[in-house]
Design a protein. Structure first.
Ligand SMILES: Nc1ncnc2c1ncn2[C@@H]1O[C@H](COP(=O)(O)OP(=O)(O)O)[C@@H](O)[C@H]1O
Ligand SMILES: [Mg+2]
Length: 234
């Protein structure tokens, strides 16, 4: 469902770019929960941004759900993002003035879905993440773990096939991080949604189906976790 072939990216002056990603190739089959690990500055977020169509590679290509990504087409990017991608960030990125359900429903607002249908869908998704009783709370009235659950519900409401999560447990204490990780795993299994998750946490990474390790912009290891049940390729 995701293929990267020889993706390269550099920053800085075009004459002397500093390489950040070098010849990155891998593919993910549907339903895989994959961790991306590696030291700070190794290119993990850059890779996630390229897959999320927020940044463009200098070389190589990306195929999302059998579509070859054209990074010069803002229209295609908007369509693909809307139809198949969900994002989760370390800092939650919720809108402070909106209630939990309104935050969750935002992607549906952009799709022009009427208010009552948005509200019903958001409430159902909040229930899925265990927050049915917090729908009217604003982000400041929620704990870190609850905020990340709201963000997860928002990422999932458009029924994406791929969730891109950049350190989703990075601002949470270790107990809450485990809870959010368990929820991610449960959603991964029940919805068969593919997840690509950047994490610093070796224990959390080990619970994923697969771990891809980066160093200086290159993949240095790529292994399936013996503990996890690996889904069949789609
Ligand atoms: N927009 C940018 N402009 C210039 N350099 C950048 C930019 N984004 C990332 N970098 C550089 O690219 C390297 C990789 O960054 P990043 O992908 O954020 O790494 P990671 O997420 O693994 O910590 C770093 O050296 C960083 O300074
Ligand atoms: Mg990063």
């Amino acid at each position: 469902m995701l293929q990267l072939a020889n993706v390269g990216k550099g920053y800085g002056p075009p004459t002397q770019p500093i390489p950040v990603l070098k010849d990155v190739s891998f593919s993910l089959s549907r339903g895989t929960f994959c961790a991306l690990v590696g030291p700070s500055g190794s290119g993990k977020s850059t890779l996630l941004n390229i897959v999320g169509l927020l940044d463009k590679p200098d070389t190589g290509h990306v195929i999302l759900d059998d579509v070859l990504v054209d990074y010069s087409s803002a229209q295609q990017a908007a369509r693909l993002r809307n139809a198949m991608l969900g994002f989760v960030f370390q800092s939650f990125q919720l809108l402070p003035r909106l209630s939990a359900w309104q935050n969750v429903a935002l992607p549906l607002l952009y799709r022009g879905i009427p208010r009552e249908r948005r509200r019903m869908a958001a409430l159902a998704m909040l229930e899925r993440v265990g927050l049915a009783d917090r729908s009217l709370h604003r982000p400041t009235e929620l704990s870190g773990g609850q905020r990340q659950r709201v963000a997860l519900a928002r990422a999932l409401i458009g029924e994406p096939s791929l969730i891109l999560a950049d350190e989703p447990t990075g601002s949470l204490d270790s107990v809450t991080a485990i809870e959010v990780m368990e929820l991610l795993r449960q959603l991964n299994r029940s919805l068969n949604v593919t997840i690509l998750m950047v994490t610093h946490d070796r224990d959390l990474a080990a619970q994923c189906d697969r771990q891809i390790e980066f160093l200086d912009g290159r993949i240095v290891s790529d292994r399936l976790s013996p503990a996890a049940a690996v889904p069949m390729p789609a």
